[in-house]
Design a protein around this ligand. Structure first.
Ligand SMILES: Nc1ncnc2c1ncn2[C@@H]1O[C@H](COP(=O)(O)OP(=O)(O)O)[C@@H](O)[C@H]1O
Ligand SMILES: [Mg+2]
Length: 273
């Protein structure tokens, strides 16, 4: 998928350093790219810096006193380092935050309707605005009158993706979409995300701790640890890497998990000292 054409990447970080509160260094020397039509996976353990990177791309990080203090962020060839969220929304960047933020007291339909507005303006006036949502998540059509707070975790995840789709984004950032969902559901939702990516030509960056499922639909992946990129490459290659198997895909050839956990911990530490 990664092309050599001279169109610039949809989004690129060049040697980016991200600091919170002018004191806390969260991300260091990170360079990454997402090209048009790609799904890019941001992997790594809790605290690695995945969400921070998404937030600085969408501009939301600014509201948490996050700042790119070195390097740059560019969007379709234009430098957008530290631009505010409203500017990024205007460029077609939609960020689905971690934790499935639905309006629990509103119905599924009312939640979807929120997707029809951008900066207070109605996006389109078709009555089949939701068509794109139902095309990929037909389950939602039966739940239109149900309060979103009463729907399952999987349905809420579908709802937030569907709501984002109504925006017709150019770039969709997804933070931990698999968190807390049953494995089969993760597979189904990820498969649908792949279809959306291909059919609607929406570039996606997915930050997720579930390396296995994310790499299955991704074109390219970056593994972060301690705010730095530890590994990167085409998704298929990363899936085959021993380190990935060992640390993120539930063990390599060893069968006794507990016996080897100390060894793994040691190996991870060793690579950073
Ligand atoms: N709003 C914030 N203010 C200060 N530090 C933060 C903030 N958000 C995250 N961090 C810190 O930045 C580092 C990276 O966090 P994060 O990007 O959330 O990692 P991940 O998404 O990979 O779990 C962590 O050490 C975390 O504690
Ligand atoms: Mg996170």
């Amino acid at each position: 998928m990664r092309d050599t054409k001279d169109t610039p990447p949809v989004v690129a970080l060049d040697n980016a350093e991200i600091v919170y509160d002018r004191t806390f260094l969260a991300v260091q020397g990170v360079s990454l790219e997402a090209h048009r039509g790609e799904i890019v996976a941001l992997l790594g353990p809790n605290g690695a810096g995945k969400s921070t990177i998404l937030k600085m791309i969408s501009g939301i990080g600014r509201t948490e006193r996050g700042e790119v203090t070195r390097g740059s962020v560019s969007f379709e060839g234009e430098e957008v380092t530290n631009d505010k969220a409203n500017k990024m929304v205007g460029r077609g960047v939609t960020h689905i935050l971690e934790g499935r933020r639905v309006f629990e007291d509103l119905t599924v339909e009312e939640n979807l309707r929120c997707g029809l507005y951008r900066e207070g303006r109605r996006l389109r006036s078709h009555k089949d605005d939701y068509e794109i949502a139902f095309e990929y998540f037909p389950q939602l059509e039966d739940l239109l009158d149900v309060n979103a707070g009463y729907t399952s975790g999987g349905e809420q995840q579908m709802l937030v993706i569907a709501r984002a789709l109504i925006h017709r984004p150019n770039l969709l950032l997804l933070d931990e979409p698999s968190l807390g969902l049953a494995p089969q559901l993760v597979e189904d939702i990820f498969e649908t995300m792949r279809e959306i990516n291909r059919e609607e030509d929406i570039t996606m960056i997915i930050a997720d701790q579930n390396a296995k499922e994310t790499l299955q639909i991704a074109d390219h992946g970056y593994v972060l640890e301690g705010g730095q990129i530890e590994l990167s490459g085409p998704a298929a290659e990363l899936t085959d890497r021993e380190e990935i198997k060992e640390f993120y895909l539930g063990g390599g050839s060893d069968s006794d998990e507990s016996q080897y956990s100390d060894v793994r911990h040691y190996k991870i530490r060793k690579r950073y000292n």
